[in-house]
Design a protein around this ligand. Structure first.
Ligand code: XMP
Length: 326
């Protein structure tokens, strides 16, 4: 897997036939490189790591060891989907670690966004390393590095969170999609048979819902955020907006206001809807969401989610607002 520069002659992968050809070439390369040794992969369930996992499963089957760390900040159903697709359907060698308590205990009472990020990133490395050390005979580390990561950084995926494997492990890197752009990774993922919900997933920050549960994270507010976000995604899906809006999610600030429910005073948090369109996430515009849909989402979230008593729609483009609230 030599070379970090995409040759100018390299054809853009836009069709299933081109994806199949790419897959065949990479399968042969990986087999030649890995032989009968073992490869470790941190499988987040995002597009890039999922496509790398599926490609490597095709190439080397159970010689690939996938580790999925659930940091407790995943969206509703995400870890379950990773298990369903990779363990049940693709018969992967998958280690699932539910580290929710470890992460949430460390994050308790921490309100500063940068400190929250550091704790989540640091804990991720620790959990992953603990797992890696338990495994025998791993020779390679697979990564879902893609071409923009190489163009934008020094080739190490900044938000990958897996930055510090134990020194004594000395693993060689396997990065089969490192010369591909995101749209090509998606075509390859589809050709490998991954489900659309995984291949066309919207971007999701490494620290997950941790950047959307604003201030110090509590389990009840995180739960409310996850449920409200699931309703938003379901309603956008039903309204045919899922492929039209680049990123949409809920943020829940650490603020309560007074409301009324069942004729009684009801204090709750607001759920803030963010729905933006962009090409590069450097700037973003606000999607025009039909009012009828906003009313429906509001009714469902306030009716179904404990702790939420208002729904707000953020109309701020980037700049001035960033996409995440953090
Ligand atoms: P902002 O909030 O800076 O976000 O306008 C721009 C885009 O980046 C995403 N984002 C992240 N993605 N790891 C990621 O992979 C991260 O730590 C991270 N933080 C923000 C954000 O969701 C938006 O799409």
């Amino acid at each position: 897997m030599s070379g970090n520069v995409r040759p100018e002659t390299m054809e853009r992968i836009t069709t299933k036939a081109l994806a199949d050809k790419f897959i065949e070439e990479q399968v042969a390369k990986v087999r030649a490189m890995v032989g009968d040794r073992k490869v470790l992969l941190a499988l987040s369930g995002g597009v890039d790591s999922s496509v790398v996992a599926a490609l490597l499963i095709k190439a080397i089957g159970k010689q690939l060891v996938c580790v999925h760390v659930n940091h407790g900040l995943m969206r509703k159903g995400e870890s379950e989907q990773v298990i369903e697709v990779f363990k049940n359907r693709l018969d992967a060698n998958l280690i699932y670690i539910d580290a929710t308590d470890r992460f949430l205990d460390k994050l308790a009472n921490v309100a500063d966004p940068e400190r929250k990020r550091k704790i989540i990133g640091g804990e991720f490395i620790e959990v992953f390393n603990e797992e890696a050390k338990k495994l025998d005979g791993i020779s390679f580390l697979a990564q879902g590095t893609i071409y923009p990561d190489i163009l934008e950084s020094d080739g190490v995926k900044a938000h990958h969170n897996v930055g510090g494997l134990p020194e004594d492990m000395k693993l060689e890197l396997v990065e089969p999609v490192k010369l591909l752009f995101k749209d090509e990774v998606r075509v390859v993922g589809s050709a490998l048979g991954l489900p659309d919900e995984m291949v066309y997933r919207q971007p999701f920050p490494g620290p997950g819902l941790g950047v959307r549960c604003l201030g110090a994270i509590t389990r009840d507010r995180l739960h409310a955020l996850r449920e409200a976000d699931a309703i938003l995604r379901e309603e956008f899906d039903n309204a045919g907006l899922a492929g039209k809006v680049w990123q949409y999610f809920i943020a829940v600030p650490d603020v309560k206001s007074v409301g009324v429910k069942d004729c009684k005073r009801y204090e709750g948090w607001p759920a803030i809807i963010r729905a933006v369109n962009t090409t590069d996430a450097m700037s973003a515009t606000i999607e025009e969401i039909p009012y009828s849909l906003l009313h429906k989402i509001t009714d469902r979230i306030t009716g179904e989610v404990d702790g939420i008593n208002r729904v707000l729609y953020d109309l701020t483009p980037k700049p001035v607002g960033t996409i995440e609230w953090e």
